[in-house]
Design a protein around this ligand. Sequence first.
Ligand SMILES: [Zn+2]
Length: 387
Amino acid sequence: MDNIVPGSFQLMKKINTGLIIDVIRLKGPISRAEIAKILNLTPATVTNITAELINKNIIVESDLGQSTGGRKPILLKINADSYYILSVHIGSTRIRTAVLNMESKIIDKITVKTTPNTTYEEALNIIKDGIEELVKENEINKEKLLGIGIAAHGIVDAEKGKIVYSPNYGWKNKDIRTDIEKIFDVPAFLDRDVRAMALSESWYGAGKYVDQFISVKIGYGVGMSLINNKQQMRGYTDGFGEFGHTKVCFDGPLCSCGNRGCIETFSSEKAVERYAAELGLEKDCMAIHELSLKGDERAISAINRASEYLGLAVANLINTFNPQLIVLGGDLIDVNDYYLNGTIENAKKYALPDLFESCEIKRADTKGDAIIKGAAVLVLDNLFDNI
Ligand SMILES: [Zn+2]
């Protein structure tokens, strides 16, 4: 992992570059003076960074704006089609590929379902076919491809670009960055899906203007990420965030890690499915969600049971880190209010009251697209490093 902490000037410049691009994306065409005002930056900082962005063709000067007395200001906008980014999410039940433009807009995406038997080679083919189709169908010029961002579930070595262990598929030590770069001949970047979700929230969602926040992803597993000044907390060996494997009892259900009683075996979507199956329902999270909307007591009870544990888990995070914001995301919690509200209620029950009161808990703003957008940020992040 990268142990070199960027100098504060370099880091500030990177953060400001990202924020300037985002303001132009959301509010453009916009003048340099307005950008400086919105972000509370000096005009010189905005002028320097926008000059470099114009130089790299990422933004362009647009029409003249309204004058407030003097010269009409020159407006800036994103050069949306200057480059494209490819994004890959290797989830536990599906693989998604997408193409995004420089406005971070998802132009097109493809989802392919997987099974626990899907081999690494099959997954590579799904990614290859998906990307080739996206590039062809959307008539993307390969010269304009900035890179490929890959977000994978399980344990990854971001610096080496390797999938260390993929619990749902059983893959071990797969050199995915090299394999993808060999196929497409553009730079590829890899990180965990939970971290991609946090990056997406940091640049585009709830965490945009917060210095530090925690993001929790609830899928078949439960993982967390802590973002501090747009930077991931990684731990000594890049293992930060394995919070789903903290134990809440000695003799609980067997976990994918080989141990028993981990919090994720009680609180994840997999736990919801197990509780629902005990009540005679099908093991299908989204079907359970649909039933809960129709008032099915068994479905609601299964979700509530998992949310009690998830609330306990969130309370432990609040008590440990005293965060200002916790963002929750995942297929079920993105859409199911029983899961979300139950989690918040139980976090309140189990956290220290003062710490709970000072922490906002909310859904990920970028919802279902969070990981795809976050994987694209892995590519942008590298671009920001070099501006
Ligand atoms: Zn475990």
